[in-house]
Ligand binder design. Structure first.
Ligand SMILES: Cc1cc2nc3c(=O)[nH]c(=O)nc-3n(C[C@H](O)[C@H](O)[C@H](O)COP(=O)(O)OP(=O)(O)OC[C@H]3O[C@@H](n4cnc5c(N)ncnc54)[C@H](O)[C@@H]3O)c2cc1C
Length: 381
């Protein structure tokens, strides 16, 4: 397997790096974190560069990038501004993927060009108060009432619903079928009567809002579904590996950013008359970070390559996701150690990584669930 980047990928990464150094300075990252503000300005500029269209086919206004292209993009974006990369994943990648694969031709023509142009944002709502890891046991119910769907229930942990023009909402449409078979993906207007979105306070990733959603007799047109009715779960599973690759790219970029901050700090800070980078215990931490990030990056590139080749990669994408998320969390913890008391101060960036990193071990499936996925594949017949 060849992980050498091609000329276009190298050019894209270099152009993105130069763009982010100019348009996304660290002061902007800090300000969005402090104000818990969605980075609208950055998104408009990313859209103007055509970068929101990477996961969207050319015929629908995107650039039709590969999974590897998207991973490289997210890695670099996360290296500068992790929350922006998470928002890109949540508001663009998931929707582009679902609509691109399962939407009708009319939905693709209507929604994808606007997504690529930065005119639409999406949120994805699967989790509920009583269904997280066991997501298919969700209870939010949708029934046909005349020529409309009528939705009632409660969703939990919906990222970016405050900024979303549409929510891809998973609801049960057949209570008789086995739990994985009676679920449908709805295209929900968050402003529809009966939808109440409440913001939740959380530890990190402050620019990406998190919400619970209450649905009371919400009416949705009969055709406002993505994919066939009752096929929602099967469809979500089909694109899960690709989405895990994207999250792994975010983790690798964010972990790389921690390492770079640790390298800089340890070569400035002096104790006992020496740079702290001269202490072997500091060097061991730096070496471990380098090794783990390198490994996580290669595992991520492997899974993205398999996705692009159309080779089954459920185990490999889970491995990439597990390695990269735990690497990022460990890097942030060691970053806090390297910075001593200074890392604990809000004016330094390490505390943000310490807070932000934890979601990496939850979002694409918890570490326990990823281990279950990996071991299930290992033990298959
Ligand atoms: C900041 C944030 C953003 C999120 N964004 C979204 C979003 O946009 N859309 C969305 O739908 N969801 C979102 N989620 C929800 C996320 O996907 C869930 O939190 C996650 O799937 C875990 O579910 P849970 O929190 O209910 O934990 P639970 O499923 O209750 O798990 C609790 C513990 O039990 C363990 N566990 C569960 N089952 C098993 C098992 N079979 N074997 C061993 N251990 C097990 C888990 O690993 C965990 O340690 C978000 C969550 C957070 C925190």
């Amino acid at each position: 397997m060849d992980f050498d980047l091609n000329d276009e990928q190298r050019a894209m990464r270099d152009a993105l790096r130069a763009f982010l150094l100019k348009e996304c300075p660290i002061e902007y990252v800090r300000e969005c974190d402090e104000k818990e503000a969605y980075p609208y300005e950055l998104y408009e500029k990313l859209a103007a560069q055509g970068w929101l269209g990477i996961p969207i086919a050319e015929e629908y206004g995107g650039t039709g990038g590969s999974c590897m292209d998207l991973v490289l993009f997210l890695e670099e974006l996360a290296r500068h501004f992790e929350a922006a990369a998470n928002l890109y994943y949540t508001t663009i990648v998931i929707a582009a993927d679902a609509i691109g694969h399962f939407g009708t031709e009319a939905q693709k023509r209507e929604l994808l060009p606007k997504l690529a142009a930065g005119k639409l944002r999406f949120a994805f709502s699967l989790s509920e108060p009583n269904s997280g890891s066991d997501a298919a046991s969700l209870r939010t119910r949708a029934v046909m009432d005349g020529n409309e769907w009528l939705i009632n229930g409660q969703k939990m942990f919906c990222s970016a619903a405050q900024v979303a023009d549409y929510i891809l909402l998973m609801a049960r449409t057949d209570t008789e079928a086995p739990k994985h078979k009676g679920i449908t993906m709805f295209l929900l207007d968050p402003k529809a009567p009966g939808v109440e979105i409440r913001r939740l306070k959380k530890l990190g990733l402050k620019p990406m809002d998190l919400n619970e959603i209450f649905l009371t007799d919400v009416r949705v047109p009969a055709d406002a579904i993505i994919g066939e009715a009752n096929k929602g779960w099967t469809n979500v599973l089909k694109t899960l590996d690709y989405e895990r690759c994207c999250l792994s790219g975010v983790n690798v970029g964010a972990a790389q950013s921690v390492l770079e901050k640790c390298l800089a700090y340890s070569q400035e800070r002096e104790q006992f008359g020496q740079k702290i980078s001269s202490f072997q215990l500091t060097r061991a931490k730096l070496a471990d970070m380098e090794m783990e990030i390198d490994a996580a990056r290669l595992l991520t590139y492997r899974s993205a390559t398999l996705v692009d080749k159309g080779i089954a990669n459920n185990k490999e994408s889970a491995i990439g996701n597990l390695a990269s998320s735990e690497t990022y969390v460990r890097a942030a913890l060691n970053g806090m150690r390297i910075m001593g008391g200074w890392g604990y101060l809000m004016e330094y960036d390490m505390q943000r990584h310490f807070r932000d990193s934890k979601l990496a071990e939850i979002g694409g499936g918890t570490s326990e669930i990823l281990r279950i996925v990996i071991s299930r594949e290992m033990l298959k017949g």
